[in-house]
Write a protein that binds this ligand. Structure first.
Ligand code: BTN
Length: 329
């Protein structure tokens, strides 16, 4: 990616349907018209199409389906995201990459995302399938210096913020399956979250929030064993989305969600968002992690985001972490 590519795309995005002349682009960006023309040719080769008229100028007609660093950067600039966001063509895992960068002393906050992951990680040691098909594999990194117990509702809050954002931005109502899955109305998993932290006894030193969001994945992009369970925003909405726009807007929303979490403003909306997006209350479930799985009926969450389970009679159990399976799906 070059800054010039991103600046040209930003100017065209901001102009929308109005054409922008090569002359104006050259003047505003301080380069020659030939330089603009040759950048546009390179962008064309990368899958962009421009409507060009000799008198009026250029208009952005269509964009690539894959995440493209210059287009993503242009959207992030349009949205005024100031934290560094690094695009990688391929990496083992964006969470591992963020952890390596934290260990090397990178300033926070920052984000790293990849077009594909060779060892994408899910919860409980699972793999996260990371096809190159216009999905988002993203990690945000922070050094929060907060007490570890304050972190308890963090993943849940980020998931609720993501549901609220995607409903507003893409018109899709996803549900949150405690604690880390975002599901479409048909139950297919559209996103998963993986939070990892380095803790001291009284401080969270480093925090990595990873999210895999299937934006443009079609059923055929998932391996056969995942086809019944995996979904994407495009499958859920039945519309074609621009992965770069969705990715940039999601990154902006997640940085905002982090800010409201670290400043303590999240509590204002936590309960109402839970009421809107929760998929489990009233359901008969089994929750397992270590030891014997616990069966019961979900009775909501407590103030810290732990799951409350009615386990028979008046007995109730509060569960801070676990894997939920529906008993009568
Ligand atoms: C889950 O549902 O089990 C969590 C999946 C989290 C996947 C994301 S993709 C980006 C980030 N990097 C990883 O290796 N994992 C997370």
């Amino acid at each position: 990616m070059t800054a010039l590519d991103s600046s040209i795309l930003l100017a065209l995005l901001v102009a929308g349907e109005a054409p922008v002349s090569g002359d104006r682009l050259a003047k505003e960006l301080g380069v020659s018209r030939v330089a603009i023309w040759s950048r546009l040719e390179r962008l064309r080769a990368a899958g962009f199409t421009f409507a060009a008229s000799t008198r009026k100028g250029y208009r952005l007609k269509s964009v690539p389906r894959a995440l493209h660093p210059a287009l993503l950067d242009a959207h992030l600039r349009r949205l005024k995201v100031t934290a560094p966001v690094d695009w990688l063509a391929s990496v083992d895992s964006t969470n591992s990459e963020a952890e390596r960068r934290l260990a090397a002393g990178a300033e926070t906050p920052f984000a790293v995302l990849a077009q594909t992951q060779t060892a994408g990680r899910g919860r409980l040691g699972r793999r996260w399938h990371s096809a190159t098909a216009g999905n988002l594999y993203l990690s945000l990194a922070f050094r929060p210096f907060i007490a570890p117990e304050r972190l308890k509702p963090f993943t849940l809050w980020m998931g609720l913020a993501l549901c609220a954002h995607l409903e507003a931005a893409c018109g899709v109502k996803l549900g949150l399956k405690w604690p880390n899955d975002l599901l479409a109305a048909d139950g297919r998993k559209v996103a998963g979250m993986l939070t990892e932290a380095r803790l001291d006894v009284d401080n969270v030193r480093e925090l990595v929030f990873g999210v895999g969001l299937n934006i443009a994945g079609a059923a055929k992009d998932f391996p056969p064993e995942l086809r019944a369970a995996a979904g994407s925003l495009e499958l859920a909405t039945g519309t074609r989305l621009d992965p770069n726009r969705v990715a940039a807007e999601t990154i902006a929303a997640l940085f905002e969600a982090w800010e409201s979490f670290s400043e303590g403003r999240w509590r204002e909306e936590f309960k109402s968002r839970w009421a809107r997006y929760d998929t489990l209350t009233g359901k008969s479930v089994r929750v397992g992690l270590r030891g014997d799985p616990v069966a019961g009926v979900v009775d909501g969450i407590d103030d810290e985001g732990s799951l409350i389970l009615r386990t028979g009679g008046r007995r109730r159990q509060v569960i801070a972490a676990g894997e939920v399976t529906l008993r009568h799906p």
